[in-house]
Design a protein around this ligand. Sequence first.
Ligand SMILES: [Mg+2]
Length: 248
Amino acid sequence: MRPSQRIRALTFDLDDTLWDNRQVMVDTENGHYAWLDAALANWLAGAGRPPTRRFAEHFPLTNYVARRQALAAAHPLRRGDFTWLRREALATLLTDYGLAAGDAERWAEAAMQRFLALRHRVTPYPEVDELLTRLSRAYRLASITNGNVDVRRLPLATHFPVAIAAGELLAPKPHPRPFLTALAQLNTPPARALHVGDSWRDDVAPARRLGMQAVWIATEAPARPLPPGVHRLEHVRELPALLDRLEE
Ligand SMILES: [Mg+2]
């Protein structure tokens, strides 16, 4: 490849690209809701108002999920702002449970603090730290996530001088804005950047539309041949070998 066309920047999705996110989400979802249920029952009992039915009995987890979906449908621009959706859903459920508006807000906020603490208990794949250390010597690196992980709270932060929280931009992937924001901050045109992610819809397709190259992390082989500029890897650990091939 001619030096003028070399890939200069790499952008990374986080969840299910740099770590396995499924169990983290299950533990976080159950954990913060159970915490809220117990802490709220304690508080009400302490205030001399022990509840006849506990919060999670009155509103099981499924109600919370449904409330978030309804809010996302009613506020399309907030669709990717998962932290807002959760806090808002909790506050309205707590109000419906009988809490005063101020108390509902306060408890929703406390539950979200708990949520975010649990959400950040992610374990990157063992190869990731060394991989990013190596890549950062040759490329500019950014993270682009729709999730509510604040990369600055993770040890991995040192590898990402640019970290884009797409939900907070009110433009979740596949919207081009988080990609263009990252590329502007990396001072790199799309043609000289490569995005790595596990979602065809949210990672690969928008990167390609902008003229970036894309790596699709997918364990199963695709049914059809991939379009030009898209490379499939089973695991992010295979990235350096692919980059070596592309730079030949
Ligand atoms: Mg992902």
